[in-house]
Design a binder for this molecule. Structure first.
Ligand SMILES: [Zn+2]
Length: 55
């Protein structure tokens, strides 16, 4: 998995459930890639913010 695929999976995971294989490969990528780790962090923050706005 490269960063492009990983970031896509991270955004996808906000809209649908990832399957086991996707989860595993994403997790493996996040362990070795600090860039995607911070992308995921920001993504989670955004999701939380959006939630606060809609509630
Ligand atoms: Zn990456």
């Amino acid at each position: 998995m490269n960063c492009k695929q990983a970031t896509k999976l991270i955004s996808d995971s906000k809209e649908r459930k990832l399957n086991l294989q996707e989860k595993v490969s994403l997790k493996t990528h996040l362990i070795i890639c600090p860039y995607c780790r911070s992308f995921q962090k920001n993504c989670n923050k955004m999701t939380q913010l959006m939630k606060q706005f809609t509630e």
